[in-house]
Every structure is written in C-alpha cells, then in structure tokens.
Design a protein around this ligand. Structure first.
Ligand code: BG6
Length: 486
C-alpha cells in the first residue's frame, strides 16, 4: 500500500470529522461556548499530551531486524488474549507514524509520551545493537519536533526481549536489571540530544503482579511469593541502574524518572485524621516501588509482611534504587483504597468497596476522580517531589459509531472532565504537576483484552487502519486550547 494512499484515507477521515470540530476553527465563547472560568485554569506552561506504548500500537514485529519480545510469545500462546488476537499489526503505527503525529497536532497537544521497543534496539536483549531499530525512533522524534510536539520517551513498557527471558528468566535475574541499564545508556547517548525527558520503567507494579504473580500479562508466570518479591526488587534495581546509566551517558540536563501506577489511597472522608491515615497507607502500600525509590529503604511494614519471603538485597542495591530522579510520572486511573484513621499498629484501615461502586467499561476501572487530586498531593507531601507528570489517565468506553459516522463517547468525556477538575484542584493548591498525558491517542492492543477495550481519543478501524476522532478528542482539544477544564 502506498504511503499516499494511507495519507489520503487518513485526511478524508479527518475531513469527515469536521462535525466534531477537530478540523474547524474552535468555537469562541461569544459564539455560544461556555465562558472560560479563570479559576478552572491550569498553570501557565502546563504540558498537555497523549501517551501510547510501542507494543500496543507499532505492529511490524518482524521489520528491520526487531527481535521477538515476551509479549509476542505470550500473545501467540492460545488462551492468553481474550479475543485471540495479537499485536503483529496492531495500529500499524510503524508505517503510519507520520499520520499519527498529525492526529496529535490536530488536538493541539504539545507533548507525546511513547515507548521504545527494547527488542528493536537490541534484538538479543544485549550485545550488538541494531541501528535500524533505533532508526525508527529517530524518524519519529524528528517528525514530532518538526510539528512542535515534545517527545517524552519511556524505555520499558513491558516488551522484554524474549532472549532475556530464555537466557536467565528475565526479571527473575539481576542480570536483566544490568542489561536494561546498558540499553538505557545506549538510547540516552543517541537520543538525548532531542529527548530531554526519559522514563525508565512503565508501571513496575503491574509488570511484577500481572506478569509474574497472576500470569495475566507476559511472561505469564505465577511465581511463589519469595520469587515474586525478588522480581519486584530486581525491577526496582533495574530502574535505579537505568537512572545512573542515563546520567552517565545522556546529555547533561537530561531529566529522568519512573512512570508508576502508585496505589492510590484516598481519605474516605476528608478529615485531618483520615488524610494522615491515607498518607501512611500510601507510604506502606507502595513500599516495594515508590517508597523504596524515594527513601532508599524498605519500610518495616513491607518487610514484616514479606517475612521469610523478603527479597535478598544489599545496602548498595538500595542506594542504587534510590538514585535521585528529576520528576515523578504517575499513571492514575482509579482509586485503589478509601482509607480511615484507625487505632491499630498500621494507623489506617481500608474501607471495603460495596458491590455497587461505579466503574467504567472495565470492572477494574472504578470511578474516583479524586484519585487525581490525592495521588500527586501525597507524593509531593510524603517525598518532597518537586515535579510530577500524570503519565497516563483515561478510560475504555464501549464506543459505537453513530449513524452520522461520529463516536459520541459521552462517558469518556464525563470521566475526563471529572478527573481533570480534580487535577486542576491539585495544581491550584500548588501541587507541582507539570503536565498530563492522556491514555491514549488511539485505540490499540490492550494487552490481554486484545482489541476489545478501546481507550483512544481516535477510534481505529483495525481492518482498514482508518482513524476517526471521537467526541472526547474535541473535548480534549478545547481543554488544551483554554488550558482549563471546559
Ligand atoms: C496501564 C498501562 O496500566 O493501563 C497501559 O500502562 C494500558 O499500557 C492501560 O493500556 C489500560 O490497561 P488495560 O489492562 O485495560 O489494557
């Protein structure tokens, strides 16, 4: 298929979406829009962006020397993916990336968070790099910059080279943490002239729990507790080693941090005692990830709970894991716990969720917009974090194409409006959130949910690769334009 054909189809789609306001001049308040409420504004210079990950959108799994990833093996194993699909083609972004950058531009977004596929860069996980693999990201970055969009790169969004899993059990071994640092150094050396923000690992906690504890994500393991705790430690170590490698080999001034889905603890009722209890809970329940990264030690509560299954580590490991970072990335989708003060050893109690608690188009996606307020606030207060990015937020929705060809994803708009209002509440109180990346730019391969769950601002027809903006794309465009929740 010629790239011309692709572009024509793409722009025809955008033109057809004029009804949603994406290709037309935006409505001025005086033309009937709502007058901007100054108190709903975000700080000047706030960065609005979208997020994706390599494996979920790129496709082209055998192109230009890419090696296999654990997700290739996993997705091709019968019974792992709900709709029996895989990401061999996904959104074909490897070929359509220029068109996809235009989708970002149509939103007016200033930043884009993408991930680099480790098996494209090091097909064997380590050793000899594949220059053609990094070449794709060179082209993507140049295209972003040419369109005024700042690239934010994630080094690891779960697509571990399969050879590392085969050679030493992937994250079960410290060797993976070490070769991850080599890969980080190589990428930083070559891309940090144009990429000034690098995320190490996307969601350490999910890759540990869903990939190695529950077997829902690749590599599909269900390890006993002691081994799982060791994986958790190795992953945190990989983060710390990568931070050091980027400092050593990236351009001076390159900023680095994790993108973590911290366990979000919300005071059940906003009283001083409950707020304090929620802070204690945040520190304890994130003991294996953010707490050790910021504090350089496992909490007593974490070690007591692990007991004889605690990971094996050295003092030097803890020093590496807590290497200073420049910013904290937070993926925030849902509240994890509503917390109350309690007169017990832990100092907090978790309120059980009633069966009627509302959720979006996925059972796990509980609706709790105030997660967006409390998560960054706790991080700033507990660990003195000076710079926070919301690296993911969004929702799946049972999108349908209406008779007029549009997608009226009112539930996604409702979700985003409520969550963004809470984020604005945080920034208006001085919580240092510098930017927000909406998950996701386009519908994509949603891991074990295959293509059944749609998170995009743009609908993807996976048969034709046609992209159609949804109502939420128009909503987000207005938010960006006004730098305020509309
Ligand atoms: C985040 C991941 O955990 O959640 C994304 O970083 C993912 O990669 C998103 O797509 C939605 O999760 P799921 O399980 O619904 O695909």
């Amino acid at each position: 298929m010629s790239s011309d054909g692709i572009s024509r189809r793409h722009f025809a789609t955008l033109a057809g979406a004029a009804a949603l306001g994406l290709s037309a001049a935006p409505a001025h308040p005086a033309d009937g829009g709502t007058r901007e409420n100054a108190s709903a504004s975000f700080p000047a210079g706030f960065r609005w962006g979208t997020a994706t990950s390599a494996y979920q959108i790129e496709g082209a799994v055998n192109e230009d020397g890419r090696g296999p990833a654990i997700w290739d093996r996993f997705a091709h194993t019968p019974g792992t993916i709900i709709d029996h699909s895989n990401a061999d083609v996904a959104c074909d972004h490897y070929r359509l990336y220029r068109d996809d950058v235009q989708l970002m531009k149509a939103l007016g977004s200033m930043a884009y968070r993408f991930s680099i596929a480790w098996p494209r860069v090091f097909p064997d996980g380590s050793g000899t790099p594949n220059p053609n693999g990094l070449g794709f990201y060179d082209r993507l970055i140049d295209e972003l910059l040419a369109n005024g969009i700042e690239p934010f790169a994630t080094l690891y969004h779960w697509d571990l080279p399969q050879t590392l899993q085969d050679r030493f059990g992937g994250w079960m071994s410290r060797d993976t943490a070490k070769v991850f640092a080599d890969y980080a150094a190589y990428v930083a050396e070559r891309l940090s002239d144009r990429v000034s923000h690098i995320f190490t690992i996307n969601e350490c906690s999910r890759l540990v729990h869903l990939g190695h504890g529950l077997g829902i994500d690749a590599p599909g393991l269900k390890l006993p507790q002691a081994e799982l705790n060791q994986v958790r430690h190795n992953v945190a170590l990989g983060h710390g080693l990568a931070v050091q490698a980027i400092r050593a080999r990236g351009r001076p001034g390159t900023k680095v941090g994790p993108a973590e889905n911290l366990v979000v603890c919300i005071p059940a009722i906003d009283t001083p005692a409950n707020v304090r209890a929620a802070e204690i809970a945040t520190r304890e329940l994130n003991g294996g990830y953010l707490t050790v990264m910021f504090e350089g030690r496992y909490t007593d509560g974490f070690l007591a709970e692990a007991g004889k299954d605690a990971p094996k580590y050295t003092a030097e490991d803890l020093r590496i894991i807590s290497s200073p970072i420049d910013f904290l990335g937070l993926n925030i989708y849902k509240p994890d716990h509503y917390v109350m003060a309690a007169d017990n050893e832990r100092g907090f109690a978790l309120a059980p969720f009633p069966a009627s608690f509302p959720h979006m188009d996925a059972d796990w996606l509980r609706v709790g917009p105030e997660a967006m307020y409390w998560a960054p606030r706790h991080a700033a207060k507990l660990w003195g974090v000076q710079s926070i990015y919301v690296t993911e937020n969004g929702t799946s929705s049972a999108d349908e194409v209406a008779a007029d060809g549009n997608v009226y994803d009112l539930d996604r708009v409702m979700y985003l409006r409520n969550y963004l209002q809470q984020l604005q509440r945080a920034t208006s109180q001085g919580v240092p959130v510098a930017g927000y990346f909406l998950w996701s730019l386009i519908d994509n391969f949603e891991w074990a949910d295959g293509y059944e769950k749609r998170f995009g601002l743009y609908r993807v027809d996976f048969k034709t690769q046609r992209r159609t903006p949804k109502l939420s794309a128009s909503f987000y465009r207005e938010v960006i334009k006004q730098n305020a929740v509309v």
